[in-house]
Design a protein. Structure first.
Lengths: 284, 345
């Protein structure tokens, strides 16, 4: 592999294609969105080029601060739940026979093929009073009568964790497969029970992977706008729901764009903080 | 009995028998090397002693206590893996302190023990380095120190030196043996390197096909191999067919040799003769008649290849006792009976 810096313009040629794709499909739309967020809205759903800050001003209210806070909190909780569930699951999965692993991975991939709408309606049925899982509990004699488990925060959380879980497993899987199995064996010979070995060796050795997975699920969960509406009450609606509402139903593109820009900035800030904290921890 | 005792230990993986009915006593404080070609079951046996694999049948006792089904982490042992398995997220000091941390030893005690071990392995002052910044030999020492930090009852090493280059390996063999003698700890090493086994072990256990072929001191293994596999595997040897003729005389490669003592009832045997025990003379009645086919002069030793009745015999001599032979010359090969080991064929 060549190590020296590119000398001529031609040396940059391999970058042309990805750079073009990135510009056409990311930089241009994002720049448009930033521009629109400063435009003046007109009655009737249109907007004209201008430079006004009113869209951002409107956002700086307690109501939107609450929604933003709730969205971030929900995404963090979803990310933590997913990683806490997926890490031991994937660890055990990588220690199973190849055939068993394939069956599990195919099942997880088939969950990925479900759309958010189907996941939402499936869970709303499962959590309903008339046809939900509480009926099974009643039959088993655990509950006295069937009740609806939605709309509620728990239902939103369950739906979103269910949706993000396969991604989490698939991101963790390669790192866990690569993890030297003699590390855990060594920990056991040195006096650690299997559970202790998992927490003192596997988890710390995978620190960077775990942080990266948390960030990925966090961002994934932040974009979810259907499940909170299907499974939650209005106070469980995320900023993504409001952005969709403004952009599509209220036809207020400038305000929707302003909220989206704000969400991106806050997210980038949080991710940067996490990465910096990770660096610091490593240096110490 | 103090020490390790294996009784009828068998391990099957499906229809494959990795270890077949092995019995072995390792008295307290001895250094045992398990030696054999790859796939002979030596690593599986070590893993069963460590508790990482469970035997299909048989029992393992340590100091009189049956530990066959005691989980690994309760066996109080130290093990060094072929890959070393140093924890990448911990520093040198933290790696060595790991067994103490797991047992919730007080912080000051951990630090004291780490300093002690670091000076023992000549790495004082390395406690805060990440393990990734160490050389191969240094990692090796850290893995050994980590395994010894709780003063275990049993010290197990799985091909510990295979990743090192030849020179460092020889130095580490001596160091490991000296360390073991100083600590008086029962040690079992798995290796496929016979020099390593001869350097370090009190007892060499030669394994093949999941069975122990011979367990004895290095010299006894070399001088009195139990069978032709052991004779051939340890060092270089000439394996020659011999039989008794109708008058009860011993024939080696069809030619009579005086004084070879067959065991009662044997009519066929294999003779094992070390190359350094083969002497070449002028052709005569008391020697096998042969022809020199090749002379290899290695400086320190000279190997002479002699063809006797279609079989090749190698004779090794030092330059001082250099035989005056050249390729194509007829020579006599003298096999004195006291250096011929008679093995069943």
């Amino acid at each position: 592999m060549r190590r020296e810096a590119p000398q001529k313009i031609g040396d940059y040629a391999p970058l042309f294609f990805p750079a073009t794709m990135l510009i056409v499909f990311f930089v241009v739309p994002f720049a448009t969105m930033i521009a629109v967020s400063f435009f003046q809205r007109q009655q009737g759903g249109f907007y004209v080029p201008a430079f006004v800050l009113s869209n951002y001003e409107r956002f700086l209210s307690l109501f939107f601060a609450n929604v933003l806070g709730f969205s971030l909190m929900l995404a963090v909780v979803v990310a933590i739940c997913c990683v806490v569930l997926a890490l031991p699951f994937t660890y055990l999965l990588t220690r199973m026979k190849r055939k068993v692993q394939i069956v599990w991975l195919v099942a997880l991939l088939s969950v990925l093929s479900l759309s958010e709408v189907i996941i939402g309606f499936a869970w709303s049925t499962l959590f309903s009073r008339t046809a939900g899982i509480t009926n099974l509990l009643v039959m088993a004699g655990i509950m006295s009568e069937a009740k609806a488990l939605l709309p509620s925060f728990g239902a939103v959380l369950t739906g979103m964790v269910y949706q993000a879980f396969p991604y989490t497993v698939l991101v963790l899987y390669p790192a866990l497969v690569r993890l030297d199995p003699t590390l855990t064996e060594a920990a056991r010979t040195l006096g650690a029970s299997p559970v202790k070995a998992f927490f003192t060796v596997v988890v710390p050795a995978l620190r960077n992977t775990i942080v990266a997975t948390l960030i990925m699920v966090f961002i994934f969960a932040l974009g979810s706008y259907l499940l909170p509406q299907l499974l939650g009450r209005p106070q469980h609606w995320t900023l993504s729901v409001l952005i969709t509402d403004q952009a599509i139903y209220q036809s207020n593109m400038p305000f929707a764009a302003a909220m989206a820009v704000f969400l991106v900035l806050v997210t980038l800030g949080l991710v940067a903080l996490t990465v910096m904290a990770g660096r610091k921890g490593e240096a110490a | 009995m103090s020490g390790l005792a294996l009784t009828n230990v068998t391990k099957e993986f499906g229809s494959f028998t990795a270890v077949n009915n092995v019995g072995l006593n390792v008295p307290h404080g001895t250094f045992v090397c398990m030696l054999g070609p790859s796939g002979c079951g030596k690593t599986t046996l070590l893993r069963m002693i460590a508790g990482l694999d469970l035997p299909t049948s048989g029992s393992i006792r340590l100091d009189g206590e049956d530990i066959t089904h005691v989980p690994t982490h309760k066996r109080n042992l130290g093990m060094v893996f072929q890959s070393l398995a140093l924890f990448p997220h911990l520093t040198v000091g933290e790696n060595i302190a790991y067994p103490l941390r797991i047992r919730s030893a007080p912080k000051e005690e951990q630090k004291k023990r780490v300093d002690e071990l670091l000076s023992m392995i000549h790495l004082s002052g390395y406690a805060d380095r990440p393990v990734s910044k160490l050389s191969g030999g240094q990692r090796q020492r850290v893995a050994i120190a980590r395994a010894l930090s709780i003063s275990p009852k049993l010290f197990l090493l799985d091909e510990p030196l295979s990743a090192l280059d030849a020179k460092l390996r020889e130095a580490m063999q001596v160091e490991l043996r000296q360390l073991q003698q100083k600590l008086g700890i029962t040690t079992i090493v798995v290796t496929h390197d016979q020099r390593e086994a001869m350097t370090m072990a009190d007892t060499v256990v030669v394994m093949q096909g999941g069975e122990i072929r011979q367990a004895a001191s290095p010299m006894e293994i070399y001088r009195k191999p139990a069978d032709s596999f052991v004779a051939d595997f340890i060092g270089q040897t000439n394996l020659l067919e011999a039989e008794l003729d109708s008058t009860g005389r011993a024939l080696v490669l069809g030619q009579p040799v005086e004084g070879i003592a067959f065991k009662a009832g044997m009519t066929k045997a294999t003779l094992s003769v070390r190359p350094e025990d083969v002497h070449l003379t002028a052709p005569g009645a008391r020697a096998l008649a042969g022809t020199v086919t090749f002379v290899r002069d290695l400086g320190g030793t000279i190997e002479t290849f002699v063809d006797v009745a279609g079989r090749q015999i190698i004779a090794v001599s030092t330059p001082r006792a250099r035989p005056d032979v050249s390729v194509g010359q007829s020579v006599g090969v003298v096999l004195s009976p006291d250096v011929c080991v008679v093995l069943a064929r």
